[in-house]
Write a protein that binds this ligand. Structure first.
Ligand SMILES: CC(C)(COP(=O)(O)OP(=O)(O)OC[C@H]1O[C@@H](n2cnc3c(N)ncnc32)[C@H](O)[C@@H]1OP(=O)(O)O)[C@@H](O)C(=O)NCCC(=O)NCCS
Length: 169
């Protein structure tokens, strides 16, 4: 994982421009073009904690995962090229970001959310330990409508030593 940079513009447009990706995201327009990718690199990346996901041995961006500041904490968000869906990539990448948010940034908890018709994302969040805390309607820019969504939250686990059961001496 590394910072997204200008040479990623083509890959970002290819992936986020795909309707199957765009319709599952809240903040991206459809169609998605060069100026949208430049906005992402110039305005979003410097102001949030954002990582490009690459495969081992390759520099090509295949997805993005990040934390958007939100009050005293942050919201986890992500997208991945459909060519790589279903191989555990996002669960592994998001776990790294969660650990960074917890340890390096000291965030007390994280939030996330997914559209109710995006079960794969719900499953990713479940695997990461997020729990549902409510449902709402969230604007989807690509679809141009509000979409039923599930709000999720991940609390920082208790200190591992405290969480460990007592053992006989
Ligand atoms: C959501 C997304 C990031 C998942 O990435 P991924 O690398 O395929 O995720 P993983 O392989 O780590 O885990 C996916 C899980 O969802 C499951 N899954 C896939 N499709 C599913 C479906 N239709 N219903 C229920 N579960 C589904 C997989 O079986 C897997 O669970 P498992 O490990 O128990 O088998 C990817 O699909 C994506 O980029 N989608 C478009 C953008 C998006 O949805 N972003 C999130 C917005 S909230």
């Amino acid at each position: 994982m590394r910072r997204p940079v200008e040479r990623d513009v083509g890959a970002i447009i290819d992936i986020v421009g795909d309707w199957d990706v765009a319709r599952r995201l809240a903040r991206v327009p459809h169609p998605y073009g060069h100026s949208d990718a430049v906005f992402f690199l110039d305005e979003v990346v410097p102001n949030e904690w954002v990582w490009a996901i690459t495969r081992y041995g390759s520099d090509r961006l295949i997805g993005v995962v990040g934390l958007t500041p939100e009050g005293s904490t942050a919201e986890l968000g992500y997208w991945l090229s459909p060519a790589w869906w279903g191989r555990g990539v996002m669960t592994e990448a998001a776990q790294v970001v969660i650990d960074y948010g917890s340890t390096a940034l000291g965030l007390p908890f994280l939030t996330s959310g997914y559209f109710a018709d995006n079960s794969a994302s719900g499953r990713v969040l479940q695997k990461l330990g997020f729990i549902p805390i409510g449902s709402t309607k969230r604007s989807c820019l690509a679809r141009g409508v509000d979409v039923a969504s599930i709000d999720m939250r991940l609390d920082k686990p208790d200190h591992p030593l405290l969480a460990r059961p007592f053992t006989a001496r």
